[in-house]
Structure formats: structure tokens, C-alpha cells
Design a protein around this ligand. Structure first.
Ligand SMILES: [Zn+2]
Length: 166
């Protein structure tokens, strides 16, 4: 059964409920997109589609600086990670596995990889070693809230290290 409720031209390449499901990902994260089967690194996982808008919304993905894809059924549910397992090609509108992915795993992308400017910047707790802690778009500076957050985060980390070593 197709995930998209509307009719699409070549349904074979679009996501089905056999391969993917949407579910709650945790209290603070909201809903996320999960797999029902394993995918191999380098595999094209699905095509996606949506409505092309000329503004950034909460669940849009940037096609180019003036066009944004609104897909509230599939890729709109991708959560952010600084070490994602999925990459979106916004030219061909295809989703790719960039790691081996197990059945039942949450799919994540790096929001900065597609967005010049985010709908809103946010703190990240993806727990990746390379986590940037505060997520922005590609061309925007860290906002005031971000500077405050990062300062606090740094202080907490230093205190934790001091208590470990002291
Ligand atoms: Zn992160």
C-alpha cells in the first residue's frame, strides 16, 4: 500500500507501507520515519514527492533557494541527526541509504544538508560523536538563543569533565 494518498505516475518507485512506517519517535522528537526492512548502504530507498512552495515551512525541504517541497506524508517525517543514515537528492527527489540500515531503525537526515535557512534553529541531542549541538541552515549564523544554549552546554560539559577528573 502506497504511503502517499494521492495517485502518482510510477507508483513502483514510491514508498509503500511494506517498507516504511511513521511512528512516535519519543516525547520531544514527535513523529519519525522508520524502516520495515533492511537497506544497504548506497541503495536508492524511494522517490518522494510533494507540493512545491515558495516559502520555508516546518516540514519543507529546500529544492533551491526559492523553491521548497512540502511533503507531510514521507520525507517530512525525517528526523535530524548530525550523523544521518539517509541522504536526500533534491534534484531527482530520491532518498538514499548512506549507511547499512536495519529493519525497524529510525531514518535521519542532516537538515543542514538541504536547507540554506531553517524554519527555526534548534538544539540537537542526536548523541553522535560529531554532534554540532545547535543546528542552523547552511548560510545563516547561529542566533542569540543558540549562543546562549551553546554557552550553557559548554559550561555543563566542563563541569562534568571537572567532576570526572577532579
Ligand atoms: Zn546532533
Amino acid at each position: 500500500m502506497q504511503i502517499y494518498p494521492h495517485t502518482i505516475d510510477e507508483p513502483d518507485e514510491y514508498p509503500t507501507r511494506k517498507d516504511f512506517f511513521v511512528s512516535e519517535a519519543g516525547e520531544e522528537k514527535g513523529f519519525g520515519l522508520f524502516t520495515r526492512r533492511p537497506f544497504e548502504k548506497g541503495e536508492q530507498m524511494a522517490r518522494f514527492t510533494g507540493e512545491v512552495l515558495d516559502e520555508v515551512k516546518l516540514h519543507t525541504l529546500q529544492i533551491n533557494p526559492t523553491k521548497h517541497l512540502h511533503d507531510p506524508y514521507f520525507v517530512g517525517y525525517l528526523l535530524h541527526s548530525c550523523a544521518p543514515n539517509v541522504l536526500l537528492d533534491m534534484e531527482t527527489l530520491t532518498m538514499w541509504a548512506i549507511k547499512d540500515i536495519a529493519s525497524g531503525e529510525a531514518l535521519t537526515m542532516d537538515y543542514t544538508s538541504t536547507e540554506d535557512i531553517l524554519y527555526r534553529q534548534f538544539p540537537c541531542a542526536c548523541q553522535a560523536e560529531e554532534c554540532r549541538q545547535w543546528i542552523t541552515g547552511q548560510v545563516e549564523a547561529i542566533n542569540e538563543e543558540g549562543h546562549i544554549y551553546l554557552k550553557k552546554f559548554k559550561a555543563t560539559t566542563q563541569n562534568m569533565q571537572a567532576s570526572i577528573h577532579g
